[in-house]
Ligand binder design. Structure first.
Ligand SMILES: [Zn+2]
Length: 216
């Protein structure tokens, strides 16, 4: 993956919403993916439509802990499918149910651009490495914000798939980062609380500015 987000340095007006959830300058980007320099208008329209379904900073649902999923039924599978489509259209690499206002412990992610999205239901971290890495992350719920977050480099997670089958996921690098970022969403935690004071201040300023702007 690659380049990510941030091209905001070239003096372009920040009119375009940023992609989704994590970004990755060097290596990692949680829900946001790389933003191509120029988007095809159709792709951009689809992305904007998908982003309109993603709850943004200030929505209390983003600070709420999601509930365990108890029923592995069609409704759950539809939710997973919807999350996957929104993540795809929003050009994100991860999306948690809480980000679309559903308080279920479910998220989807996809680190390889062409791979089908993976869904983790009721994920539980079983082990994390003591080795940690710091990388820049973005978030579909925090437009334009990119902050450094330190996370374990390796993680082992147990979960279920959308049919209730047990899954064991061992991930490293960007994949571990995305999983931990999305898991935080299920606990009502945003990257703003995981970065430095200075970066949090700057992020809050950016978010406040956007809230002052009418529309979009
Ligand atoms: Zn996020």
């Amino acid at each position: 993956m690659s380049e990510t987000l941030d091209r905001l340095t070239d003096g372009e007006p920040p009119a375009e919403p940023e992609p989704a959830e994590i970004a990755d300058p060097k290596a990692a980007a949680p829900d946001e993916s790389d933003e191509p320099a120029e988007l095809d208008p159709e792709v951009k329209a689809r992305r904007d439509a998908a982003l309109a379904h993603v709850r943004k900073f200030g929505d209390p649902v983003l600070n709420t802990k999601a509930r365990e999923v108890e029923r592995f039924d069609d409704a759950l599978r539809e939710e997973v499918q919807r999350l996957g489509m929104l993540m795809h259209d929003a050009m994100g690499i991860g999306l948690a149910a809480t980000q679309i206002g559903l308080l279920n412990r479910v998220f989807v992610y996809r680190v390889q651009p062409d791979a089908p999205p993976s869904a983790l239901v009721n994920p539980e971290v079983k082990w994390t490495s003591s080795e940690e890495e710091t990388a820049e992350e973005g978030c579909l719920s925090l437009p334009l914000v990119h902050v450094d977050v330190e996370r374990p480099a390796h993680v082992r997670v147990e979960a279920r798939d959308e049919y209730g089958e047990p899954l064991l996921v061992e991930a490293s690098g960007l994949e571990a980062r995305v999983i931990l970022h999305e898991l935080d969403h299920l606990d009502g935690v945003l990257i703003l609380s995981k970065t430095t004071r200075e970066q949090r201040k700057e992020a809050m300023r950016l978010l406040r500015e956007q809230q002052l702007q009418p529309s979009s």
